[in-house]
Design a protein around this ligand. Structure first.
Ligand code: FAD
Length: 539
């Protein structure tokens, strides 16, 4: 028999970027009893907190969700590996730590689509509240908030050459790549606080952890939401070998991320009725859009060698690596405290675009992919990639079984629209042209992979066959006021009560950038909406 434990005002499923913000904000009022449920373990590993430890953490099953998918390319099926963080802080504890707000126009488009309050002016106030930007106040950046953001501040020869080469193809250098209208290139801002990762758990859970009204349970997988009629009343969880239930008198908030949130809704009977019935899942609310509208960036890492005495390749291998880890542990300084990508840029790949439609990422590290995985090159090098910022192509996530331990079918449908293909091709050519500029030619730059990729078809084929997702997926519980939405613009799940979704899955489109910062800013606003709605109900 399932044991029922406690009764809470708010139950949050998933302690990721969004879940940690919600737990902090909703437990601020001691009158609220808040439960935060995380499937993964605590975030104790020093590898999580040392930003470059990510190279290790990504292979630790304990902290990761892996999804082994396949995508069709012509007549072939090509492996497509997805992953997410599974620990306190969620993906913010295992990500590349790059901090991006996105473009104001995309928030405005969301507001204009009927999602009141998600426009830039409003969201800008949440970003400012969120941030403690070490670059300082300038009317745009936030200072004094819980999330420390520092601009990577250790220039090196190959990054400088890359930025100079970008200048030679017309891209201006940016001091702050999150400035008001980011178009240009510069050293990336990162969620790093003097060498330590500033995850959502560090920024939001740590200060709230000792609150008596906040209960955090880890290693507890939520398998299903339990409804009384159409009201979400409890969550059914697996903890070790036992099944337990937590009851909720207020609201359940699903913050399990773009893959697991639609999966949990579908397992609980909210989704495409025919599909759910075919798996013997009792339907609570038929909504064919749960899990649809999946959007993801596709990247193709290009590897280059350069004639320099060293790049980070040499610093991250053998004795030098051991020295760098020791230096980091003693002083928190040096290469182990850097973000995964040091340079980021935004540009117009299509001449017809009114604002940046593509992004560049560059790291002073080059590697070879082989049977055994990724091996850093002995020679000096870097890798760089470009992506279409605002993909229109839409895929889906669908459960394949009523058993919660079975991974869902992830079908991203990359580069399916002409616009996505055109931006991707143009962005690839832009990167090629950048790498042929004098600033990089003077370093005797040599491309190491995809040298025979030249035609449009070859570029798309290479992105699909040899590329990877950028891990910015959104959209599977999309917000909106139309019939295609899963949640309304206050993030309440349509067709039932007492249930919201708050995480990247509610973003109908990728807000032209990376997704950690936007997930946290949106969760903060969501917490305000929840508090406001419940105050009004209590009156
Ligand atoms: C490898 C990688 C690199 C990335 N790099 C960057 C970057 O540099 N910059 C950037 O801005 N973004 C980056 N991202 C993306 C960004 O980190 C994520 O989009 C963002 O953190 C997602 O926030 P979320 O709240 O939607 O979900 P998550 O942070 O993924 O949180 C979901 C949480 O829910 C838990 N959970 C899931 N299902 C259940 C369940 N059934 N029961 C209980 N708990 C559950 C998970 O374990 C997880 O902790 C990266 C992502 C990855 C995977």
């Amino acid at each position: 028999m399932t044991k029922a434990i406690g009764e809470f005002d708010y139950i949050i499923v998933g302690a990721g970027s969004a879940g940690c913000v919600l737990a902090n904000q909703l437990s601020e009022n001691p009158a609220n009893r808040v439960l935060l449920i995380e499937a993964g373990a605590s975030d104790f590993s020093p590898m999580i907190h040392m930003p470059r430890g990510v190279a290790r953490v990504l292979s630790y099953q304990k902290y990761m969700w892996y999804y082994q998918g396949q995508i069709p390319v012509n007549d072939d099926k090509v492996p497509d590996m997805w992953m997410r963080g599974r620990t306190l802080g969620g993906s913010s504890s295992i990500n590349g730590a790059i901090y991006v707000r996105g473009q104001a126009e995309d928030y405005d488009a969301l507001g204009d689509s009927g999602c009141e309050g998600w426009n830039w002016d409003t969201m800008h106030t949440y970003f400012r509240r969120l941030e403690n930007q070490l670059l300082g106040e300038d009317g745009n950046r936030g200072v004094g908030g819980p999330l420390t953001v520092e601009r990577h501040s250790t220039p090196n020869a190959v990054c400088n050459a890359f930025i100079d080469a970008a200048g030679q193809v017309g891209l201006s250098a940016l001091e702050d790549t999150n400035c008001r209208a980011p178009e240009g290139i510069g050293y990336a801002s990162a969620t790093i606080d003097r060498g330590r990762r500033c995850s959502a758990a560090t920024a939001f859970l740590k200060p709230a952890r000792n609150r008596k009204n906040l209960t955090i349970v880890t290693r507890t997988l939520t398998e299903k939401l339990i409804f009384e009629g159409t009201r979400a009343a409890a969550v059914l969880c697996r903890q070790g070998g036992r099944q337990i239930a937590f009851k909720c008198r207020g609201e359940i908030i699903v913050s399990a991320g773009t893959i697991e949130s639609p999966k949990l809704l579908q397992l609980s009977g909210i989704g495409p009725a025919k599909h759910l019935q075919s798996l013997d899942v009792a339907v609570v609310h038929d909504n064919p859009h749960v899990g649809s509208n999946l959007r993801e960036h596709r990247v193709l890492p290009l590897q280059f060698h350069v004639n320099l005495p060293e790049t980070e390749n040499q610093q991250l291998q053998g004795l030098a690596l051991a020295r760098n880890v020791a230096k980091y542990l003693l002083t928190r300084r040096g290469i182990m405290g850097y973000p995964s990508y040091e340079v980021i840029g935004y540009f117009r790949a299509l001449t017809t675009s009114q604002r940046p439609d593509a992004e560049l990422l560059m790291a002073p590290i080059s590697y070879t992919l082989g049977e055994g995985g990724l091996t850093l090159d002995k020679e000096s090098g870097f890798h760089a990639m470009s992506l279409a910022l605002r993909p229109e192509s839409r895929g889906f996530i669908r459960i394949q079984s009523a058993d919660s331990s079975v991974a869902p079918d992830i079908s991203p449908n990359y580069l399916a629209t002409e616009n996505d293909r055109n931006v991707t091709i143009a962005s690839y050519r832009f990167l090629q042209s950048l790498c042929q500029q004098p600033a990089l030619r003077s370093l005797a730059i040599e491309q190491r992979n995809f040298t025979d990729v030249t035609t449009d078809d070859e570029i798309i084929d290479a992105y699909l066959r040899h590329g990877t997702p950028a891990y910015h997926a959104v959209g599977t519980c999309s917000m909106g006021e139309d019939e295609n939405a899963v949640v309304d613009s206050r993030l309440r799940v349509k067709g039932v009560s007492g249930l919201r979704v708050v995480d990247c899955s509610v973003m109908p489109t990728i807000l032209a950038g990376h997704t950690n910062g936007p997930a946290m800013a949106m969760a903060w606003r969501a917490a305000d909406l929840i508090i406001e709605d419940n105050r009004q109900q209590g009156q």
